[in-house]
Design a binder for this molecule. Structure first.
Ligand code: GLC
Length: 641
């Protein structure tokens, strides 16, 4: 019941032994049913340590009566009113509790939901749309046209309105923001869902405005989805995976045609284009959880047993031993913001930066208890190994490039300099021209005999934010951003990656993907949402003027262009060919950048500094680098902290 009390209106049974083995599952419980072709139902008991993951065979007495709403959380809309009251009681208490902390961060005690709540409850009480987010979006969309024409609002005001309009409600409580509100698009695909990664800038914007409830609800509801059954062709990924997105569906109540209920329906990649598992979701979830605690001052969420279990499940999934020789996380193509084939399978930088950041955040939040000593040890070891690996092997600048150019190959030895057997001929001709004298960056990916030299923005920016990059490297990354402004910012910040894949490379690597043509979408398109990560990185390095310049550029067009998802062409001059308009994370990314530039200390909720213990361990790692003599004896210096 702990989950339920915090998350809002739904009465959720968290102990499968208590509830689910009963054949008469109460309607107000989460009714967990088999989804699609699964053969077993998996439940995680969050009140017990990780080992308590129970598998219920079909014959266990769980009532699998309908395939229709399988695997969805249910709550009856009729109960939303009383639940709302509960939520707001809770909310006002929270408000009192957090007000001091909010002052500390200089965040407002925002009231944006006051307006919004009344609009939504009016709509709900009309009975037609129920609590469905899509109904709201259509209405607001019409209103938006008239508002834009009068031209009296600032870009920031408009952004707030759009963000409010994008809020998705579940049983009367705000739980997330819809990916896009593009009424002109003929194909909605999954842009009517709440994406975990897309919600992060929305969540940060709400936190900065003092609106904590939506973030809290988001954290707790997505946590519930974490233990969902997820299957593709009879195979399930590891426990702990967070969905890429979820949707609130309003469906007729079983056995009562006159009533409806709402269900939360997650997508773990089993419906996604390309069937990719979103590795980044859980990592972002941990980062947001920490930010919520830091900004609101409410640590009770991260201290909850179920939340602690959620963190551990994500960590265990990421820290599980495998065949790897590298400390980087091995993932498939499309496992992050770039969620379709773009040749980033293996150890893409974006995932590594989020992984590192999430490890540091989790380290801060994990309760110190005997049961988790092994996990903490594994976490610390991984942090050290990961930062060493990325800083040493992913880093390139003019000096390093020259080293690679002169690499010897086929070195069979423990002391090889060219450990990954990189053939110098793979240094692409564009890079020699492109690399500035001052500046450098972390490459996109590293595999045996392969360096992906493309510059990936999110990975580099988040390496700065999380301190995965050293101080010097972080400055050098920003130096490169300045030196390559016309390639990375040009008419609209910020290029997702540079350069684009073209010709045969594009054909082979993307599989002829017509959406990822050169200088479009993930293949060298420009994404306004990246403004917020750029801003946090610049603030961390005490160089906010870089972000300010980028925001100014964005401001010239973004509202006139209707907040596109991405821009095309080398200099970001076109609105993306298949870009959605009124893309929420474009709106939120801009807002967060503005709010943080106005209140820079608030960026601390996202920034992680390197721990001095880890710095020491890191210098041990450097001094025992296998570039030097390989030790045969066990070192007296240990990296276990
Ligand atoms: C696209 C993007 C992905 C984003 C989703 C929703 O698929 O590639 O990163 O989360 O749209 O906006």
């Amino acid at each position: 019941m702990q989950v339920c009390n915090g998350a809002g209106p739904c009465h959720i049974s968290c102990n499968p032994r208590l509830k689910l083995q009963s054949s008469s599952v109460s309607r107000s419980s989460v009714i967990c049913k088999r989804r699609r072709a699964a053969t077993r139902f998996k439940v995680v008991d969050r009140s017990y340590p990780q080992s308590d993951i129970y598998w219920f065979p079909r014959a266990s007495g769980i009532n699998f009566d309908s395939d229709r709403y399988l695997g969805s959380f249910k709550c009856s809309c009729q109960r939303a009113e009383s639940s709302n009251r509960l939520a707001s009681d809770d909310g006002s208490q929270n408000e009192k509790l957090y007000v001091n902390k909010a002052k500390e961060y200089g965040t407002g005690n925002g009231d944006i939901f006051n307006v919004l709540d009344s609009e939504v409850s009016r709509e709900s009480s009309s009975g037609k749309e129920g609590c469905s987010p899509n109904g709201n979006v259509a209405k607001h969309g019409a209103k938006r046209e008239t508002k834009q024409k009068d031209g009296s609002k600032s870009v920031e005001d408009e952004a707030w309105e759009l963000l409010k309009e994008s809020v998705v409600y579940y049983c009367g409580s705000p739980v997330g923001t819809i990916a896009a509100q593009d009424l002109t698009s003929s194909s909605v695909q999954n842009y009517d869902q709440v994406f975990i990664r897309d919600f992060i800038p929305s969540g940060i914007a709400f936190l900065l405005k003092g609106e904590y409830e939506i973030v809290r609800n988001f954290i707790l509801h997505t946590l519930q989805l974490q233990s969902w059954e997820k299957t593709m062709d009879c195979h399930s990924p590891g426990q702990g995976l967070m969905p890429a997105s979820f949707k609130v569906r309003t469906v007729p109540l079983d056995g009562d045609d006159s009533a409806t209920e709402e269900v939360l329906d997650p997508d773990f990649g089993e419906a996604a284009i390309g069937r990719v598992a979103p590795v980044d979701s859980g990592l972002w979830w941990i980062i947001l959880l920490r930010a919520y605690g830091k900004c609101s001052g409410d640590l009770s969420v991260q201290e909850r047993v179920d939340v602690q279990t959620g963190i551990k499940m994500i960590l265990r999934l990421c820290l599980a031993d495998g065949f790897d020789m590298f400390p980087t996380l091995l993932v498939t193509d499309g496992s992050c913001m770039i969620d379709r084939r773009m040749g980033i399978h293996g150890h893409p930088l974006e995932i590594q930066a989020l992984f590192y950041s999430a490890l540091l955040c989790a380290r801060e939040m994990l309760a110190r208890e005997d049961g988790s000593a092994d996990l903490t040890r594994a976490l610390n070891n991984r942090l050290v190994a990961l930062s060493f690996h990325i800083r040493e092997y992913y880093w390139i600048d003019m000096k390093k490039l020259n080293e690679i150019y002169r690499y010897k190959t086929e070195e069979y030895s423990f002391d090889a300099v060219n450990k990954f057997n990189i053939y110098p001929d793979q240094i692409p001709p564009w890079l020699v021209e492109w690399m500035p004298n001052k500046g450098g960056y972390l490459i996109g990916n590293l595999q045996p005999a392969h360096m992906d030299f493309r510059f990936f923005s999110l990975g580099n920016l988040w390496s700065v934010v999380s301190s995965l990059a050293t101080l010097d490297q972080s400055h050098a990354i920003l130096d490169l951003v300045e030196a390559k402004w016309l390639d990375l910012v040009a008419d609209m910040p910020f290029k997702l990656c540079y350069p684009a894949l073209e010709g045969k490379e594009w054909q082979i690597i993307t599989g002829f993907d017509p959406k990822n043509t050169p200088w479009s979408y993930h293949n060298g398109g420009s994404w306004p949402t990246l403004l917020w990560q750029l801003t946090v990185a610049c603030i961390k390095m005490n160089r906010p003027e870089i972000a300010e310049k980028a925001v100014e550029i964005a401001e010239k067009r973004i509202s006139k262009d209707k907040w596109p998802e991405y821009y095309d062409s080398k200099k970001a001059r076109f609105i993306g060919k298949q870009s959605r308009l009124y893309q929420t994370w474009s709106v939120a990314g801009y807002l967060v950048a503005k709010l943080l530039l106005a209140n820079q200390s608030a960026a601390n909720m996202l920034i992680t500094e390197e721990d001095s213990e880890l710095v020491n361990a890191f210098s041990c790692a450097i001094s025992s680098s296998p570039r030097r003599k390989r030790r045969h004896k066990r070192s007296e210096k240990t990296f276990i902290i």
